[in-house]
Design a protein around this ligand. Structure first.
Ligand SMILES: Cc1cc2nc3c(=O)[nH]c(=O)nc-3n(C[C@H](O)[C@H](O)[C@H](O)COP(=O)(O)OP(=O)(O)OC[C@H]3O[C@@H](n4cnc5c(N)ncnc54)[C@H](O)[C@@H]3O)c2cc1C
Ligand code: FES
Length: 333
């Protein structure tokens, strides 16, 4: 059963076809408007082929400029949830989602905001751009990489923003179809004299790695990773050793107890026990792997996704949570 504190319901009041592969969902939360910051995401729970699946989707809206809460989803080839949302959800349907979370948010600065997006990575970058334009007097410069012109999401939304904030927003487009993949020289050329500006980066992993390594500095780099790469290794290389206590994992109808291994995350332990709990980024960023501790405690190496209240209620990111002393029981809801 869903914990009412964790998953809320929202009605999809409108769907916008952004490109052939991307749709924006306008959401009306049943408990009233969500309070959120630009750049944050919600974890959606959808039932696909009889299984509950969790996926994170960022807001494309910004509280400073939009009355409506919107998220934009791009189809991933053979992707279970993105295809289900795009093909099956209709206006009037209800979705389950958590409150907004995440730390890919605007940091105070006086320099222009540099945004780098690849494909669906434009979703939180658009949110941050809108927030910056509406809530500050900073300039915004975006480098948007897409497969081709037709794949570029929010083309007209960005043109409208540029017209609404004259001289404050510039968008440079990189289309793989014309010039191949983005390269480091193009990133540095784009940055130009703004090396001290904060850079916000979101896109496929190779795009992010390229941009992060090409940025000349000394500006700060903030990155949002959507996942989709090979899962992290099963164990972290630490040799198992004697440890007191057990880890009990409840996942659906399955309940398994195994001995603790030092420095093993709860997710790693669950996999060692033969279970396949939900996970995505495995970096403490997306909350897909969250579960509730009903016995014992655990320390998270990184938590960029759960709120303080959720942690106080016993929720833990299992990809980051290492059990403390004694036995622990963790329940994937
Ligand atoms: C914090 C956060 C915010 C996100 N915000 C958005 C958003 O605003 N819009 C959006 O469209 N997506 C967003 N995502 C990605 C989204 O959560 C899903 O990972 C994506 O929709 C694929 O899920 P799926 O169930 O369709 O594919 P799955 O069934 O999980 O995967 C199918 C195949 O595609 C690969 N794959 C999984 N994810 C990706 C990916 N992102 N790109 C390329 N290949 C992938 C997998 O390795 C697998 O081979 C976000 C992810 C995170 C962690
Ligand atoms: S899998 Fe993303 S926070 Fe654990």
């Amino acid at each position: 059963m869903a914990s009412p504190a964790l998953f809320r319901r929202a009605t999809v009041v409108k769907i916008v076809q952004e490109t052939a592969d991307a749709r924006t969902f306008v959401l009306d939360p049943h408990d009233g408007p969500f309070s959120y910051q630009a750049g944050q995401f919600c974890v959606f729970r959808v039932r696909v082929d009889g299984r509950d699946l969790l996926r994170s989707y960022s807001m494309s809206s910004a509280p400073e400029s939009d009355a409506e809460l919107t998220t934009t989803v791009k189809r991933v080839p053979d992707g279970k949830v993105s295809n289900w949302l795009i093909d099956r959800v209709e206006e009037g349907d209800e979705l389950e989602l958590t409150l907004p979370r995440g730390r890919f948010c605007l940091r105070p600065a006086t320099t222009p905001l540099l945004g780098f997006s690849g494909g669906s990575g434009i979703t939180p970058i658009l949110s941050l751009a809108k927030s910056t334009l509406a809530g500050t007097d900073r300039g915004v410069r975006l480098l948007c990489a897409d497969r081709d012109r037709d794949a570029a999401i929010f083309r007209s939304a960005l043109e409208d923003l540029a017209a609404r904030y004259p001289g404050r927003l510039t968008v440079v487009r990189h289309l793989d179809a014309d010039r191949g993949f983005l390269d480091a020289a193009s990133v540095r050329e784009f940055v130009g004299p703004d090396g001290a500006a904060d850079a916000y980066v979101c896109g496929p992993e190779p795009f992010m790695a390229l941009v992060e390594s090409a940025l000349p500095g000394p500006g700060r780099i903030f990155s949002e990773r959507f996942g989709g790469d090979a899962p992290a290794p099963l164990a972290d290389g630490t040799a198992p050793a004697e440890d007191t206590g057990t880890v009990t994992i409840q996942l659906g109808t399955k309940r398994v107890s195994v001995r603790k291994h030092p420095n093993e995350t709860l997710l790693q332990t669950a996999r060692r026990a033969g279970l396949t709990p939900p996970s995505s980024c495995e970096a403490g960023n997306c909350a897909t792997c969250m579960a509730r501790l009903t016995e014992g405690s655990a320390t998270m190496r990184v938590n960029d996704a759960l709120t303080e209240e959720e942690v106080a209620e016993g929720y833990v990111l299992t990809c980051q949570g290492i059990p403390d002393e004694g036995s622990v029981t963790v329940h994937y809801e």
